[in-house]
Design a protein around this ligand. Structure first.
Ligand code: FAD
Length: 394
C-alpha cells in the first residue's frame, strides 16, 4: 500500500512536532510537506501494525502531558551579563546561560540551527560551539527528524538535557517520553507562530537571484544597529549585504502580520501564561528598560517565565552569568501570552498568489498595508457571516 496523508490524531490538527514519527516502532511514519510547505505525517500502511503509539503520543490528543510540578509562573526580565554574548543572541541571550549550565554538567542541549541549505532543523549539541549555532531566532518552522530520540538516549544514559523549542515541540517531547524526567529541563518561547518553510526558502532564493549569489549567512536578529527595531541581515558569497528592518523587509512584515504561519498556530493551545508545558519560557522584554537605566543600551533584554521548581533550580545554576530582576507581569506582558497569533485576513489569497505567480508577486501584493477596497471587502464578508449566523442560530 502506498503512503497516504493521514492526520495521526484523526482530527484536522497537527503542529508537525514529529513525536509520532519518532515513537513509531516500525519507522513507518514520515514527514511530507503539504502544498503550503508545512510538514505533515504520512503512514506507510503496509508496515503499520496498528499499535496506536502515534495516536497516544500526539500532543493534540491531550490538553497536557504534565503530571504535576507546574507552578504559577514567576516573572523576570533578564540578560546575559557579557555584552558580546548578548549581541550574538536574539534578545537578552538567556538561552546561552541555561544551556551553558547544562553543558558544564556534562549534559546535552537540543535547539534549532540552520543546516547548510538554510533549512531550520531541531537537533542536539554536546559542546558550546555546536550549541552556539542554536542562538538567534530562525523565523521559520523547524523540522524535527530525530531530536526526541536523541534526547531520550541522553536521558537514559543519565545525562542532563536542556530541550529548547517552540511550545508545541516541548509538548511533543513530553508526549514522546510519556513522562517527565528529573534530568530534563525544557525551555520554550513566547510564540508568534511558525512561518512556512516553503515561503522562507522561496524568499531566500529570490534574494539569491536578486543579488546573483548564494546566501552565506542569514540573521533575523542582527544587532549591528541595535536590538530594536529588529533587523534582517543577509550576507552573500559575493560580499553583498542585504540589511532591512522588520518594517522594510517584506518577509518579516508578512511573518509579523500573521500571514504565513502554520494554520494550527491560529488556534494554538499553548499560547497562555498559566500552565505552560515548559520549565522556562523566554521572549523579548521590550519594556524592561523601566527596571534599570543600564538596560536602555539597546543590546537586548529577555522576558523570563519560571514555570516550575526545576526551572527555578536551573535559573539559580545559571545566575552567575545573568543580570536579572523580578518584575510585574505588566512589564513583560504581550498578546501571545494570552492568545494565539491573529490570522491575516488575506492569508489564503497570499498563498493562492504565491502558488500561481511566485513569492515576489505574493509579497508585493500582501505584505504592505491593506488597500481600502480589500478592507471594505473583509468588513462586508464579516457582516454577511454575522447576518447568516443570526438567521441560523445554533
Ligand atoms: C518562530 C518564532 C517566533 C517567536 N515569537 C516571539 C514573540 O512573538 N514574542 C517574543 O517575545 N518572542 C518571540 N520569539 C522568541 C525570541 O525571538 C527569542 O528567541 C527569545 O527571546 C530567546 O532569546 P535569547 O536571546 O535568549 O536566545 P538566543 O540565544 O538567541 O537563542 C535562540 C533560541 O531559540 C531557539 N530557536 C531559534 N529558532 C527557532 C525555531 N524556528 N523554532 C524553535 N526554536 C528556535 C534556539 O534553539 C535557541 O534556543 C519567537 C521565536 C521564534 C523562533
Amino acid at each position: 500500500m502506498t503512503d497516504s496523508l493521514y492526520f495521526i490524531n484523526s482530527g484536522d490538527s497537527c503542529s508537525g512536532c514529529g513525536a509520532c514519527i519518532q515513537v513509531c516502532p516500525r519507522d513507518c511514519i514520515s514527514m511530507h510537506a503539504d502544498p503550503d510547505g508545512f510538514d505533515r505525517p504520512s503512514i506507510d500502511f503496509s508496515a503499520c501494525v496498528n499499535c496506536g503509539a502515534c495516536r497516544k503520543t500526539c500532543p493534540y490528543s491531550k490538553t497536557s502531558f504534565h503530571v504535576g510540578g507546574r507552578t504559577a509562573p514567576l516573572f523576570y526580565a533578564a540578560r546575559m551579563s557579557d555584552r558580546a554574548l548578548r549581541l550574538g543572541s536574539a534578545s537578552g541571550g538567556i538561552f546561552r546561560a541555561f544551556s551553558g549550565a547544562v553543558l558544564r554538567r556534562g549534559g546535552a542541549v537540543a535547539g534549532v540551527r540552520f543546516d547548510p541549505d538554510f533549512r531550520a532543523e531541531l537537533t542536539t549539541a554536546e559542546t558550546p560551539e555546536a550549541r552556539d549555532e542554536f542562538c538567534l531566532s530562525k523565523y521559520v518552522q523547524s523540522r524535527n527528524e530525530r531530536a526526541y530520540r536523541d534526547v531520550k538516549s541522553f536521558l537514559e544514559a543519565g545525562r542532563p538535557v536542556l530541550f529548547s523549542g517552540a511550545p508545541c515541540q516541548v509538548a511533543g517531547l513530553y508526549g514522546f517520553l510519556g513522562a517527565d524526567d528529573e534530568n530534563l529541563f525544557t525551555v520554550d518561547f513566547i510564540c508568534h507562530g511558525v512561518p512556512s518553510p516553503l515561503v522562507f526558502t522561496e524568499y531566500r532564493k529570490s534574494l539569491e537571484r536578486r543579488f546573483s549569489s548564494p546566501v552565506k549567512s542569514l540573521n533575523f536578529r542582527d544587532k549591528s544597529e541595535g536590538w530594536a527595531p529588529m533587523r534582517l541581515r543577509v550576507e552573500f558569497e559575493n560580499g553583498t549585504v542585504y540589511s532591512r528592518t522588520l518594517t522594510e523587509d517584506p518577509y518579516f512584515r508578512m511573518f509579523l502580520s500573521g500571514g504565513i504561519s502554520r494554520p494550527e498556530c491560529y488556534t494554538c493551545p499553548y499560547a497562555k501564561t498559566l500552565g505552560r508545558e515548559s520549565d522556562l519560557t523566554m521572549g523579548d522584554a521590550w519594556r524592561a528598560e523601566v527596571l534599570d537605566p543600564a538596560w536602555r543600551d539597546n543590546t537586548g533584554v529577555s522576558t523570563l517565565l519560571v514555570n516550575s521548581p526545576k526551572g527555578e533550580a536551573l535559573l539559580e545554576e545559571a545566575a552567575g552569568e545573568l543580570d536579572f530582576k523580578v518584575c510585574e507581569f505588566s512589564v513583560i506582558d504581550q498578546h501571545y501570552l494570552h492568545h494565539p497569533g491573529i490570522l491575516h485576513p488575506d492569508r489564503s489569497d497570499f498563498f493562492r498568489t504565491f502558488h500561481k505567480k511566485g513569492i515576489a508577486a505574493a509579497l508585493d501584493r500582501y505584505s504592505g498595508p491593506r488597500p481600502l477596497l480589500r478592507r471594505l471587502k473583509t468588513r462586508f464578508l464579516k457582516i454577511i457571516r454575522q447576518l447568516r449566523g443570526k438567521r441560523n442560530p445554533q
